[in-house]
Design a protein around this ligand. Structure first.
Ligand SMILES: [Fe+2]
Ligand SMILES: [Fe+2]
Length: 401
């Protein structure tokens, strides 16, 4: 199977994975093995779905890379976030049944623990009609992965900086991340969905959402989870928000910095920035992971805890499995593996000859780009990604992963 952008779909192609219904992801808009029609393509565009998984007879082995049970749990969690946000919009947070939330989160943890987590990054919940909801579910999922990775990272490398007690209760991390942007429900939609730059006054309104969310949830959820809601926009270099409020004078002072920021909030900050940039917004297209990871390393320098940031780069492939790429010899190929030691040089399988002539239903040579000096990834979906990849070339080699 291949990831195919919706604008490149043709009638007759067959879905390798079902497409969840945007308003209720526990139901299917179209099930696996459904055939693509011209009407469906227009519908997918209308719904803002950016890419789907399509069958390719010679790449059936990639089907095993996505776990159906895991996907079911993620859709269930998304549905629960939707219910919760609807109830926030209409009733009191005291009505919320957080125990059921925690059951869903625990179930997802169990599935994640039972699986090879290198394979769980293959899909993103982006086929939904509400950015805030899909973003909340994605941030939760990515934070769980990074939290689990970080626990292992800490114990396997002996880094003592993040105390083990701090990372034991990852359920609080997941819950806080699910609800991290709940305060945005108090931001007027005309500001949230405004195309173009916000004015300073509008930015001030948006910047209230961590404190508003914290007030909405304080006492309703465990404090480590509520703390994520308050501090997910803090920056490691101290340039985030909200500011501290002096307990005596009530005056604002400097925001938190470095390890003053609780570790769960430092995790949330990283995955929040990543998911926001890789998501389609009212005012912008989704950027590919390779571009976002590059921008995080360059534009966001100093924002993140460097230890957690490094761990994040080890779990997020710039070129996801199933991604079709154009190589430097002009051939098309599909990414079939992710090796964190060589994130920019994955193993690929050719789909066309170097001149660009299609191999049809056959697949050409399997190539490990890390072992192949003269051959590189040049393009994704017509976009030149060489500059992005240059910053990620072999950066993790020797990092002991
Ligand atoms: Fe936020
Ligand atoms: Fe967010």
């Amino acid at each position: 199977m291949l990831r195919v952008p919706v604008h490149e779909l043709h009638p007759g192609m067959v879905l390798a994975r079902g497409i969840p219904f945007p308003r209720d992801p526990r139901r299917w808009l179209l099930k696996r093995d459904g055939e693509i029609t011209a009407d469906l393509v227009s519908r997918l565009k209308q719904l803002g779905i950016e890419e789907v998984w399509i069958r390719h007879p010679a790449l059936e082995f990639l089907d095993d890379a996505i776990d159906d049970e895991l996907e079911d749990h993620r859709r269930d969690l998304y549905a629960r976030v939707r219910e919760t946000f609807v109830r926030f919009a209409t009733g009191s947070p005291c009505d919320l049944d957080f125990d059921r939330f925690e059951t869903s989160i625990r179930d997802l943890f169990i599935v994640l623990n039972d699986h090879d987590r290198s394979h769980v990054l293959l899909s993103k919940l982006d086929a939904h009609d509400n950015y805030l909801l899909s973003h909340s579910a994605n941030v939760c999922y990515l934070a769980m992965l990074l939290g689990m990775k970080t626990s292992g990272y800490i114990s396997s490398t002996g880094l003592a900086r993040c105390g083990s007690a701090e990372v034991t209760d990852l359920q609080h991390l997941a819950l806080g991340c699910l609800l991290h942007d709940v305060g945005k429900m108090r931001v007027p939609l005309k500001i949230l969905n405004k195309p173009g730059r916000l004015t300073e006054e509008e930015m001030e309104v948006v910047r209230r959402h961590p404190r508003d969310g914290y007030q909405m949830l304080k006492g309703q959820i465990p404090e480590p989870a509520a703390d994520i809601v308050l501090n997910h926009h803090q920056r490691f270099n101290g340039q985030g928000y909200p500011s501290r409020i002096d307990a005596v004078t009530g005056e604002p002072s400097a925001p938190l910095a470095g390890e003053e920021i609780p570790i769960f909030s430092r995790i949330a900050t990283i995955v929040d920035v990543y998911d926001a940039a890789t998501s389609r917004r009212v005012y912008s297209r989704a950027k590919p992971p390779v571009q976002v990871l590059y921008e995080m390393r360059t534009w966001c320098e100093g924002f993140f805890d460097p230890v957690l940031e490094q761990a994040f780069y080890e779990i997020i492939p710039p070129l996801p499995i199933g991604q079709v790429v154009r190589l430097s010899d002009g051939s098309e190929a599909v990414v079939i593996d992710f090796d964190p030691r060589h994130p920019a040089q994955p193993r690929v399988q050719q789909l066309s000859y170097p001149g660009g002539e299609s191999l049809d239903q056959h697949v050409g040579e399997e190539i490990d780009l890390a072992q192949c000096d003269g051959l590189h990834v040049h393009e994704i979906d017509g976009q030149d990604v060489r500059a992005f990849l240059a910053s990620q070339q072999g950066e993790l080699a020797g990092a002991g992963v």
